[in-house]
Ligand binder design. Structure first.
Ligand SMILES: *[C@@H]1O[C@H](CO)[C@@H](O)[C@H](O)[C@H]1NC(C)=O
Ligand SMILES: *[C@@H]1O[C@H](CO)[C@@H](O)[C@H](O)[C@H]1NC(C)=O
Ligand SMILES: *[C@@H]1O[C@H](CO)[C@@H](O)[C@H](O)[C@H]1NC(C)=O
Ligand SMILES: *[C@@H]1O[C@H](CO)[C@@H](O)[C@H](O)[C@H]1NC(C)=O
Ligand SMILES: *[C@@H]1O[C@H](CO)[C@@H](O)[C@H](O)[C@H]1NC(C)=O
Ligand SMILES: *[C@@H]1O[C@H](CO)[C@@H](O)[C@H](O)[C@H]1NC(C)=O
Length: 477
């Protein structure tokens, strides 16, 4: 009897400590297997990006979303590609910072453009995710961007168009196309939407000429139009978009861009009566043939989240009305809380277009120090572009990575997916870098980039001004 009791107690103890061990382990570290997470997107010509699927589920319209790297043809030199991507990412960040500075000081956008270095030969590689919509009856594959508002496509007759796989949209063949005139509210709202005033001419009625500049030398210019747009099988009539007659920048496989920012002309503002001002996405990693989804509308049944959704409020700043900004209140590495004076101040901008998250210098330093303390024993590797915490992991089949978490106001937590911690510079894993970088100045705004948003359902509720986060393994079907 005595012995039995001791045995039972012993058994309970063993079970308890085992459970504890697993819990503690699962929480603080994530196993990264090099074989399972094949490092580079394969593209043997089987996947095509000319058409992304869509479906409807209850009140939600679901568009398949892919990473451009999965369909931009064979990449010969990944090193070069990665370097260019990070240069482009840095240019995007500098442009966002300059834009914010000007928005706050009330200066016109044009001044900021002069200060932004134009990097020639850099592809528009930061805006990575694409969906397909139908505009005026034609399939159009467009880049998804939460950091800008105007949706546009390349348009005939075109003064300057980059190469695109799909035929260029031609309004003269569309019976549902209409011009937007210069005296319309849409034209007047261009200043707040794009930073550039709509331009009128002496023609009567005058078309409304727009310009959007993305700060890396890429831009689109043209005139506003209205057209019938079909998202999945949801019909949006009189959708205001940019007919781009002069477009520069290699927007890759895309015919244009979908603006999902927070202000007037953005797609989500124009469809509030249909989708209730709610959209969400799940950004898939580039590895393998994964696909994600862009869901328009707030029907919960369309999500495949594996943790409950929790919401944090979007900070409102009248000057930065385009952007989605969160209150970052904390962070932890492998369960160890990070201390930083930057928490709770200024906010962090969540962006689908930026690749690598940028943290205030003091916070980045604290994160890096703690990460290096826990991820020990691995041979270091040289820095790569903006990434300065690199390792040579070519001798390993798998590694345990300290879990990175970020906290936001209202007790919301983002656990960075295991595929969003390291940036693989070299395919043999001889140069693998922590996918986080430092801002230049303490007072610049932090950015939550798309690498750290992978395999997460991110819900933007523009009406209730809140953002939801939950874990999800991205998959269109
Ligand atoms: C392309 O590669 C994938 C994964 O390796 C494989 O499943 C598929 O059959 C290949 N397709 C062709 C056309 O070779
Ligand atoms: C759009 O693409 C789909 C799938 O490839 C195709 O079935 C459909 O006919 C296309 N629509 C038009 C108008 O080209
Ligand atoms: C729209 O405006 C353009 C530019 O002025 C003009 O060439 C075109 O004919 C107009 N289209 C319609 C449908 O009014
Ligand atoms: C979309 O709506 C417009 C205007 O209501 C209508 O003319 C058109 O036939 C509709 N298209 C589809 C595909 O439902
Ligand atoms: C962020 O949240 C913290 C904690 O709730 C609060 O004290 C702080 O004022 C908030 N910051 C902003 C900019 O709203
Ligand atoms: C990386 O580590 C492997 C095995 O430890 C070694 O053979 C290789 O030379 C290292 N590569 C570089 C670029 O340092």
């Amino acid at each position: 009897m005595h012995l039995k009791l001791i045995l039972v107690l012993f058994y309970v103890l063993v079970v308890l400590s085992a459970a504890n061990g697993i819990l503690g382990y699962g929480e603080d570290q994530q196993l990264f297997s090099f074989r399972k997470h094949s490092l580079f997107p394969y593209n043997n010509g089987s996947s095509s990006c000319s058409f992304q699927r869509s479906r409807k589920q209850n009140g939600a319209t679901i568009l398949e979303m892919k990473h451009k790297d999965q369909c931009s043809g064979q990449v010969k030199d990944w090193n070069k590609r990665h370097k260019e991507q990070l240069i482009a990412d840095e240019v995007r960040i500098r442009s966002i910072q300059a834009r914010i500075k000007n928005m706050i000081s009330g200066q016109s956008e044009i001044i900021s453009q002069a200060r932004i270095p134009i990097v020639s030969g850099v592809r528009m590689q930061t805006l990575n995710y694409i969906v397909t919509v139908t505009l005026g009856g034609k399939n159009m594959t467009v880049i998804v961007d939460t950091g800008s508002d105007l949706t546009w496509v390349q348009c005939q007759p075109c003064r300057l168009c980059y190469n695109q796989p799909e035929p260029i949209y031609d309004p003269s063949y569309s019976s549902s196309y209409q011009n937007v005139t210069c005296d319309s509210d849409s034209c007047k709202s261009l200043q707040s939407t794009t930073g550039f005033k709509g331009v009128c001419t002496k023609e009567k009625p005058s078309p409304c000429y727009y310009t959007v500049s993305y700060g890396d030398g890429s831009y689109t210019r043209g005139d506003l139009g209205r057209e019938q747009m079909i998202l999945g099988d949801t019909n949006v009539s009189d959708f205001v978009f940019g007919c781009g007659r002069n477009n520069k920048g290699l927007f890759g496989a895309a015919s244009g861009l979908m603006g999902l920012g927070r202000s007037g002309l953005s797609l989500i503002s124009q469809t509030t009566d249909i989708f209730g001002g709610v959209f969400s996405y799940c950004l898939p990693p580039t590895q393998g043939d994964s696909s994600g989804s862009l869901i328009l509308g707030g029907d919960f049944s369309a999500y495949k989240n594996t943790t409950p959704i929790s919401y944090t409020k979007l900070l409102s700043s009248p000057q930065l009305s385009t952007f989605y900004i969160l209150n970052n209140t904390g962070a932890s590495i492998g369960g160890v809380p990070i201390q930083s004076p930057s928490f709770g101040i200024g906010g962090i901008l969540i962006d689908s277009g930026t690749v690598i998250s940028r943290l205030p210098p003091s916070l980045y330093k604290a994160v890096k120090t703690e990460f290096l303390k826990q991820f020990t024993g691995y041979p270091p590797a040289p820095s790569f572009s903006i990434l300065d915490t690199c390792f040579n992991l070519s001798a390993y089949d798998e590694v345990n990575i300290p879990t990175i978490k970020m906290q936001f106001e209202d007790d919301v937590e983002l656990t960075v997916d295991v595929t969003g911690v390291f940036y693989f510079v070299k395919s043999d894993a001889s140069q693998v870098c922590l996918a986080l970088a430092s801002l230049t100045y303490e007072n610049e705004i932090g950015i939550l980039g798309n690498y750290q948003q992978r395999n997460t359902r991110v819900i933007y509720d523009t009406v209730q001004s809140k953002l939801g986060l939950a874990k999800e393994s991205c998959n269109f079907m």
